[in-house]
Structures are given as C-alpha cells and as structure tokens.
Design a protein around this ligand. Structure first.
Ligand code: TYD
Length: 208
C-alpha cells in the first residue's frame, strides 16, 4: 500500500460482506479525528442516480442484459461523480463510497460473459477517475448471501443470481486487488465487526 493522501476511498465486496456497517463506523472514526467526511453509495448518491438505482436493483434477474446494465450503472456513476463526489473532494472532504467502478468490473464485467474490456473502456471515456484507496471486504459468499437475504429488501436482483455467481465475484475482487496493489487493501470481513473496523481504520489512517 503506497497511497499518499487518500481522500477518495471506495469499499467493495460481495453482497452481505458488511461494507455498509463498516462504512458508517469508518465515517464516525474519521470524524472523531477531525476529518470532514461524506459517506455515499452506488448505485445512487445523487437524486438522478438514486432513480437509476431502483431501475437496476429491483425486478427479475434477467430484467436487463449485462450490456444495458453497464450503461445504466455508468450513467448513474457519472451523475454521482459530477454532483456529489467531485464537489466534495474539491472542498477537501474525505469521500467514502460504498461501491464504485470495481463493482461494475466484477458484477457486469465477469458474471455474464467477459465484458471487462467494455466496462474499462466506458469508464475511461465517461468517468476517468479511480479511487485513491479501495478496501475489498473479503468473505465466504455462503455467509454473505445468508446475511444479505436476511435483510429482505426489494433490491435483490444480484443476490438472486445465486452462489456460483457470488463465488465468481469474490475471485473477481481478489484478482483486481492483486493487479493493483498500490490502490487496494483486502480485509478479512468474516470476523467480528469490531475486529474488521480496527483493520479498516488502520489501513485508512496509514493512507490519509
Ligand atoms: P447494495 O445495496 O450496495 O448491496 P450491498 O449492501 O450488499 O453492497 O446493492 C448494490 C447491488 O448492486 C449489489 O448487488 C451489487 C450491484 N452493483 C452492480 O452490479 N454493479 C455496480 O456497478 C454497482 C455499483 C453495484
């Protein structure tokens, strides 16, 4: 890990890996140290992107093709970046984003044929920004899926794609981390909340 002044921090991992809980704890811990912090999420994070969120997360698993999803997630991301993320970074705020382009690389890029190159090309064209630091919450998808399904929300299109897909996604996140060690840190998320939170804070403090 060699990230100087990481202000744009993204959290990634399979469904139910505990990212959202950890995102809140990280925000509180950084605020306690005097940082101004914005916690946001994808898909969503701006009014327009939140509207796209319900299109992509609700309904049948085959509601959209992977290609259409790439366009929808990228459209949501562009709006989120323009209206929420970049203005906050320019104001000196630390931005914690629950999922970003690595989710598209893995979910849309790997799970229904190899579309990784399409994701990357569109990202360069329309987004052009990587996180300064990305934490991958790694855990056994059996556990993650059980947790995620226990939440019982309408937003279950991806969880409904099943265990094999979640396993492919876990490998996908780990491969991304291996390919860009200067940006990524992998956290063992299959432990108690406090233990995970301690690791997360240590990694982020070293990078900030
Ligand atoms: P979310 O509420 O973030 O789920 P979790 O709390 O488990 O992370 O739901 C986001 C869902 O959208 C999740 O199943 C992953 C999927 N997703 C994509 O498929 N592509 C993307 O680019 C993003 C940002 C999310």
């Amino acid at each position: 890990m060699n990230v100087k002044s990481a202000r744009f921090i993204t959290l990634e991992g399979v469904d139910g890996s505990g990212k959202s809980t950890q995102a809140k704890l990280l925000k509180e811990a950084l605020e306690a140290q005097g940082h101004t912090v914005l916690l946001t999420r994808e898909p969503g994070g701006s009014p327009g992107a939140e509207e796209i969120r319900s299109l992509v997360l609700e309904g049948e698993p085959d509601r959209w093709s992977a290609e259409t999803e790439i366009l929808l997630f990228t459209a949501a991301r562009r709006d989120h970046l323009e209206r929420t993320i970049l203005p906050a970074l320019e104001a000196g705020t630390v931005v914690i984003c629950d999922r970003f382009v690595d989710s598209t690389r893995v979910y849309q890029g790997l799970t229904r044929g190899d579309l990784r190159e399409v994701v990357d090309k569109l990202h360069v064209l329309m987004i052009g920004r990587e996180a300064d630091l990305t934490l991958v919450f790694d855990m056994d998808p059996v556990l993650g899926l059980a947790r995620a399904k226990a939440r019982q929300t309408a937003e279950e299109r991806f969880e409904d794609m099943g265990l094999e897909m979640q396993q492919a996604m876990r490998r996908g996140f780990l491969d991304l981390a291996k390919g860009a060690p200067e940006r990524f840190a992998v956290v063992d998320a299959g432990r108690a909340v406090e233990a995970v939170a301690d690791d997360v804070l240590a990694v982020v403090r070293a990078a900030l």
